[in-house]
Design a protein around this ligand. Structure first.
Ligand SMILES: [Zn+2]
Length: 135
């Protein structure tokens, strides 16, 4: 027999009580972050231009643009890099549920010195290490 889990929405002070949706809200704030000057300025700092030689041997007026990974120092196309929070948004000794919305927003839109450009591989390694350390 299957028990039906009826999720009744509780209303307190004329507001629905939300299930914990902090992860989704963090994701939404991150998406806004990607469109922000924080993102643009971080990418600018890592930007490397290289002269592009065309098939006929001449140099293109438009250089090739790469971004230098702060960890492996490799140069990558923009689609292969990510702007990383050096000190992670969710501190190692905390869970997202223990953070206030203000804190989440403030830690995503952090000081520019806390941002670095990483290639996808280095970013994956860093994220995995952070997950191992905490929780
Ligand atoms: Zn890298």
């Amino acid at each position: 027999m299957k028990k039906k889990k009826s999720k009744e929405i509780q209303i307190v002070n004329d507001r629905p009580v939300w299930p914990p949706m902090k992860n989704q809200i963090k994701g939404a704030v991150r998406r806004i972050f990607r469109l922000s000057p924080w993102m643009k300025l971080s990418l600018q700092k890592a930007r490397v231009e290289k002269p592009k030689v065309l098939k006929d041997g001449t140099v293109s007026k438009k250089p090739d643009v790469y971004y230098r990974c702060a960890m492996c120092l490799g140069e990558f196309k923009q689609k292969d890099v990510q702007v990383d929070h050096i000190v992670p948004v969710v501190p190692i000794d905390k869970t997202i549920q223990e953070m206030s919305y203000d804190e989440i927003v403030d830690r995503i839109f952090c000081d520019l010195s806390n941002l670095q450009v990483l290639c996808k591989l280095c970013h994956d390694i860093k994220t995995k290490n952070e997950k191992k350390q905490g929780r």
